[in-house]
Design a protein around this ligand. Structure first.
Ligand SMILES: [Zn+2]
Length: 500
């Protein structure tokens, strides 16, 4: 039987700054899910990449006196490198300046236009360059500025633009939400977007005059306009699958999937993306007559010390810095970040992360937790167990399976609970060792006690394998290392997670 197909994507970060820890969290979470699905036997397509058009980049490149292309070619690298540094198992990395993407964005425009969802009109707007988006009254702060960018004056713009008929799709969107009761996860975000759509949708501008801002994908058959960055960028979720090639393509395999099976097209994003992913993108798909995504998973924000991270507050945590900090004490510094951004960050709510949070979690769960536990057990095992004992333990590997609870957490994208389940296994094993004291029994002068000590130690080894098994999607290298140490009955040459 053919395997089922599974598609998962992150949003694409904008390349005007270095990678945010929120992006690290998004790719790590999508990676955990992708690894889990592959393990279950799915064919997985896991997409990530970078968003490389729009006014902010246009301005930034100008201020550096280089071309937009040079600017994005330089900046996208720190995102690609992060994907690699975090051992993310993505199948592709799409840049919205690639030809395959440009062609797809133009094709989806044409389809929306042919189907009557794009028109041209004159209009005046208030525009936040920080968000690359038009602002309605309800979105402004008390000074009449963007709530996200209170230091930027809004621009007043008047021009002839192309518009997307968002309003026409209101009913269809609401119907779609009704038919797909778990479309947006978690529920409270789903309610938020339903209410937004119920209030009525406004058509929005999807083009910019090339004479004012040239850094965008050309509008088909109109040399004076380029596409608005959001309209182009959202298409990446299918351009990455070689759309518009609709048959014998990754698009057919991973987006359409076998109609007899349950489709699974999953998009991860932050809460600031709720509207774009759950409403705008879905409306564009409807307008172009393309099936919708099946789930949008909304992460909360990572704040630090009670405030949004910002350079001026000095509370920015760079994912690269975390890796650098932990490199001297462990061979797998990226797994410290993979651990912290799942274990210390709520599934869907905002979470506060400081350098201390990271350090405390490292000491409690990695250094004194799993790392210390592996050293202790393997030291005893190496000293008291022989090849036959190890073979006996390894013979039980096939009995190991995922706890039902753990699978339920992963299936519902509750990664925080899933990794806590693993650290609880570790804690229980510690308690078992304290209670049974194999380290005393193994040194006893009474043979039956020594035998009992060995039996307990073998239980500990098996339990270590269970922990390694459950840890695999979150910390693949640590997991493999534990398995290897047990298999070879070896003490680690140095602690897995040394003293910080
Ligand atoms: Zn803004």
């Amino acid at each position: 039987m053919d395997k089922n197909n599974f598609y998962i994507t992150t949003t694409l970060p904008y390349v005007n700054a270095s990678p945010h820890i929120g992006f690290a969290m998004e790719i790590i979470r999508a990676d955990v899910v992708a690894r889990y699905k592959r393990y279950l036997g799915y064919n997985v397509f896991f997409n990530t990449g970078t968003d490389e058009h729009g006014q902010k980049l246009f301005e930034a490149s100008k201020s550096e006196n280089i071309s937009c292309q040079e600017y994005v070619d330089r900046n996208f690298l720190s995102f690609l490198n992060l994907v690699q540094a975090l051992n993310i198992s993505s199948d592709t990395f799409i840049r919205t300046t690639e030809d395959r993407h440009v062609k797809a964005a133009q094709e989806i425009w044409k389809r929306c236009e042919t189907n009557g969802y794009i028109y041209k009109k004159n209009y005046e707007m208030r525009y936040c360059v920080g968000c690359e988006s038009e602002k309605q009254n309800s979105e402004l702060d008390e000074n009449g500025r963007c709530q996200e960018h209170p230091n930027r004056e809004l621009e007043i713009r008047e021009e002839e633009n192309y518009f997307f008929s968002f309003s026409k799709l209101q009913e269809k969107l609401l119907e779609f939400y009704k038919e797909n009761p778990s479309f947006v996860i978690p529920d409270f975000r789903f309610n938020e977007i339903k209410n937004f759509v119920k209030k009525g949708l406004q058509d929005f501008s999807i083009s910019r005059l090339k004479s004012k801002m040239e850094w965008g994908i050309p509008v088909p058959e109109d040399k004076e306009h380029v596409m608005y960055v959001w309209f182009d960028a959202l298409t990446n979720y299918i351009s990455t699958l070689d759309w518009p090639k609709e048959t014998d393509s990754n698009f057919e395999k991973f987006w359409i999937q076998d109609k007899n099976n349950k489709r699974e097209v999953v998009q991860y994003c932050g809460k600031d993306n709720l509207r774009y992913q759950a409403a705008t993108w879905q409306a564009i798909l409807m307008a172009a007559n393309i099936p919708n995504s099946t789930n949008i998973i909304i992460n909360g924000f990572i704040i630090s010390g009670g405030q949004k991270m910002s350079k001026s507050l000095g509370n920015v945590i760079s994912p690269y810095d975390v890796i650098k900090t932990y490199k001297p004490v462990t061979d797998f510094p990226e797994e410290v970040l993979r651990f912290v951004l799942t274990h210390e960050v709520a599934n869907f709510e905002d979470s506060d992360i400081t350098e201390d949070t990271i350090k405390n979690a490292y000491i409690t769960f990695l250094q004194n937790g799993i790392g210390n536990q592996v050293s202790r057990i393997m030291k005893l095992s190496n000293g008291y167990l022989g090849n036959e004992d190890i073979e006996e333990v390894l013979g039980k590997v096939s009995e190991i399976s995922f706890a039902k609870e753990y699978e339920d957490f992963l299936n519902s994208f509750k990664l925080n609970e899933a990794i806590h389940f693993v650290t609880n296994l570790q804690k229980k094993l510690d308690e078992y060792i304290q209670e049974t004291a194999p380290f005393k029994l193994l040194k006893s002068e009474i043979e039956t006690e020594r035998e009992n000590g060995k039996k307990i130690l073998k239980n500990c080894l098996k339990e270590l394998l269970v922990i390694s098994y459950h840890l695999n999607f979150f910390m693949p290298k640590t997991s493999e290392k534990i398995f290897e140490l047990v298999k070879n009955n070896q003490m680690p040459e140095k602690p897995l997670f040394g003293r910080i």
